[in-house]
Design a binder for this molecule. Structure first.
Ligand SMILES: Cc1cc2nc3c(=O)[nH]c(=O)nc-3n(C[C@H](O)[C@H](O)[C@H](O)COP(=O)(O)OP(=O)(O)OC[C@H]3O[C@@H](n4cnc5c(N)ncnc54)[C@H](O)[C@@H]3O)c2cc1C
Ligand code: FES
Length: 243
């Protein structure tokens, strides 16, 4: 875990309101799939947590949606500028010796790309089911396919791929794999947790310190005990956290 000024190599729009920022930073060499970095957007005191989409030989890729002032300011940054990063943080996805079904929704899909790479490097089959609101929001599909994943896409409005949710795409395509790693909006994670028992989900929570000290990001487990999304998670076994 380190705090470092990272140099922006690329920062470009890849889908509706969604940008890819590629950075030169040593944090990339320590990153594990499912972890995140805290981004100090210039002019903003609180850091923004963003998942690691890919890490490779000193290069870190983040994919983020502009939802408020911080991410909007981030989207205006240019190549050559520096941004302070804190990370890698959190407990990421397990890399087990088995095939895997990755289920992602919206800006929950980025950390699954790095996860796919890790499973493929071990020689396992990776099926990725990606869900978006509409065709304009679809992203990273080619990147998953180019890595070697079998990819299925769903859009809520039916403008691309299966009409409906990721669960509709799984049913429509007869996908049987039962070991699941998932990241995306809460309703999607609830549906995944209702349908599968083996695997993990990655949660979001408002964060302050990002390193387990302030208890600002706590969720509860089934026994009512506190779990910190930033340190104990963001990845938890299916069924462990109350969603
Ligand atoms: C572990 C983790 C990984 C994430 N990975 C990604 C990712 O890969 N891509 C992506 O687009 N988004 C991701 N998010 C959500 C992202 O952090 C928020 O969208 C972002 O912080 C919003 O900042 P803002 O200034 O634009 O919005 P504002 O609403 O103006 O933010 C105000 C404050 O609330 C916090 N905040 C707002 N929304 C969230 C949120 N959903 N989660 C946590 N804090 C929030 C901000 O950090 C900031 O401190 C992740 C969140 C977490 C917790
Ligand atoms: S953000 Fe401080 S403990 Fe998680």
């Amino acid at each position: 875990m380190r705090i470092e000024d990272a140099v922006v190599i690329e920062n470009s729009r890849i889908a509706s309101d969604t940008f890819r920022m590629v950075l030169k930073t040593g944090i990339a060499d320590e990153a594990e799939c499912g972890q995140f970095v805290q981004v100090q957007v210039p002019g903003y005191y609180l850091r923004r947590p963003i998942s690691i989409c890919m890490a490779d030989q000193g290069t870190l890729t983040l994919v983020y949606k502009t939802v408020g002032d911080g991410t909007a300011a981030m989207s205006r940054m240019k190549a050559g500028e520096t941004v302070n990063l804190f990370g890698p943080l959190g407990t990421g996805f397990p890399v087990e010796d088995r095939d895997v079904l990755l289920i992602g929704g919206g800006v929950g899909t980025p950390p699954l790309l790095f996860t796919a790479k890790k499973y493929l490097e071990k020689g396992h089959q990776v099926t990725a089911v990606l869900g978006y609101n509409d065709r304009a929001s679809v992203m990273l599909e080619e990147e998953f396919r180019n890595l070697g994943c079998e990819v299925y896409t769903a859009t809520m409005d039916g403008s691309y791929g299966t009409k409906g949710t990721v669960m509709n795409a799984i049913e429509e395509n007869g996908i049987k794999e039962q070991f699941v790693l998932s990241c995306g909006p809460l309703p999607m994670l609830k549906a995944v947790s209702a349908a599968y028992t083996e695997g993990c989900v990655s949660l979001e929570s408002r964060m302050a310190c990002g390193m387990g000290a302030c208890m600002g990001c706590v969720v509860r487990d089934q026994e009512g005990e506190s779990m910190r999304v930033c340190k104990d998670g963001p990845v938890f076994p299916i069924g462990k956290a109350v969603l």
